[in-house]
Every structure is written in C-alpha cells, then in structure tokens.
Write a protein of this length. Sequence first.
Length: 160
Amino acid sequence: MKEIKIESTLYIYQDLDELPKEGILLMQKAFEARKNAYAPYSSFYVGAALLLDNGEIITGNNQENASYPSGLCAERTAIYYAGSQYPNAKILRIAISAGSKNNQTSKPIPPCGACRQAIAEYEIKQNAPIEIYFMGETGKIAKSNSLENLLPLVFDKSVL
Ligand code: THU
C-alpha cells in the first residue's frame, strides 16, 4: 500500500483593495452580474465574470427553475456562453461572488463541484491555466492559479 498526498495552493486576500488590479475589475463585474441572478427559490445569488484573451468580458448568474434541477449555476451560465460565442478564445481568469438574502456571506464561497468540472473541461481544452477568484458579498477573496487546485483527480477526456 502506498499513500498519496494531494496538495492545493490558494492565495487569500484580505479585501478587494489587496487584490491585483485585474482581479478587482473582474470581481466588480461579478458583483454586477450577481444583481441579475434569478434565484427565487434559494435566495442565493451568484455572479460570475470571465476575461477572455480577446479582451471580452463575459458575465453570467444563476438561473433557477420551478423544476429545481433545470436551473443552472452562474459559472456554467457564463462559461457555456463564452464557449458558444468565442469557441477559440482562451479564458484567462474567472471571478465569482455569491450572496444570500438570508445571511451575510463574508467568506470566500467556492464554485460547486459541477462547475469545477465544467471549468476543468475548458482549462484542459485550452491547455492553459484559468485563474479563479472567489468570494462572498464582502470579506476575503480566495484565488487559485488554476482550476486544477480546486479539482484534483479530475475526470477528463484521457480516460474516454
Ligand atoms: N450556485 C451557483 O450559481 N454557483 C455555484 O457554484 C454554487 C451554487 C447557485 C445554484 C442555485 O441557484 C443557488 O446557487 C443555490 O444552490
């Protein structure tokens, strides 16, 4: 038997002021996108903003449905739009902000597992890391230099 240890590195910024400039701009776009989330069932509002290597910024937010599983997270709303409109562009970074009507979100809120899988697909497709910044409504911001840190042992096309 052999034990394998898996390590991930994240960077934690105290607040928006501490973020590098490119992170602040994108996080502000995620804040704006969050305002248009359609989340009448969970009251949990998420905004995502993606910067592409052609300079375009794509935003998305969660879209819920009375048939709950038919809804979609903010990150996938944004990334699938980017993939459909700009199939050849690379995604440089993603900023995500999540807030709730029920309580103040003041710690970094990471993307769900399904969104990590979706982001991984594009990171592998473009063969270049995607930086990910995530936070609540206020407070600290977490940054990962690549999706790999958030989804070790990824399921990818190499096994198909
Ligand atoms: N949600 C996102 O938009 N992104 C995530 O990564 C986690 C969850 C949404 C889905 C649902 O509309 C609400 O947040 C509560 O789960």
